[in-house]
Design a protein around this ligand. Structure first.
Ligand code: PNS
Length: 159
């Protein structure tokens, strides 16, 4: 299980998903709700984008869930959650979630170190940089960048 907000999916996410797909027979990439974040794309849009950019990996399945991550894992007999760790700053919160999920359900979390190329990369920063016209073309697949630009332009037009 590779869970996340994926608002939108970045090259950093794809690096972890690809590496997980080589380690596990099957990988579920699930869009979950992060209560601390306001989203730019709907869950349906995020699913569509994830499907577009992961179709080359046949053992990767895309899904969404509006509840506890561990409930999804239990219902689908998933034993392992895979998370990318960018820097020590990620560790506190990720460790807390891993321990909570383990205690709730016994589901284990495996941490994968991110490719150093993407250690600064976060969807929230990409959105901020793109909002002010910065170049994010090497941080997202081209089709996702295009969608992001369209959505930001639409938001600007709507005021
Ligand atoms: O990409 P994100 O925002 O860092 O992903 C965080 C996410 C969505 C995986 C996390 O918020 C989550 O698991 N949400 C589902 C609800 C849940 O299980 N919360 C308890 C976590 S211990």
């Amino acid at each position: 299980m590779c869970p996340g907000s994926y608002d939108p999916v970045t090259n950093g996410h794809l690096d972890i998903i690809e590496r997980a797909s080589k380690l596990f027979d099957e990988v579920v990439v699930a869009v979950l709700i992060n209560k601390n974040k306001k989203s730019l794309f709907t869950v349906e849009e995020r699913l569509e984008m994830l499907r577009e950019v992961t179709h080359q990996w046949p053992n990767v399945r895309i899904d969404s869930w509006h509840g506890l991550l561990v409930d999804y894992c239990r219902a689908h007999e998933i034993d392992a959650i895979v998370k990318g760790l960018r820097a020590v700053s990620d560790f506190d919160y990720e460790l807390q979630m891993a321990q909570m999920n383990q205690q709730l359900s016994g589901v284990e979390t495996m941490f994968m170190s991110t490719n150093p190329l993407y250690s600064f990369l976060a969807s929230s920063l990409v959105k901020e940089v793109a909002t002010y016209g910065g170049d994010v073309s090497n941080l997202l697949p081209p089709e996702i960048e295009q969608r992001l630009r369209q959505r930001l332009a639409q938001q600007n037009a709507d005021g």
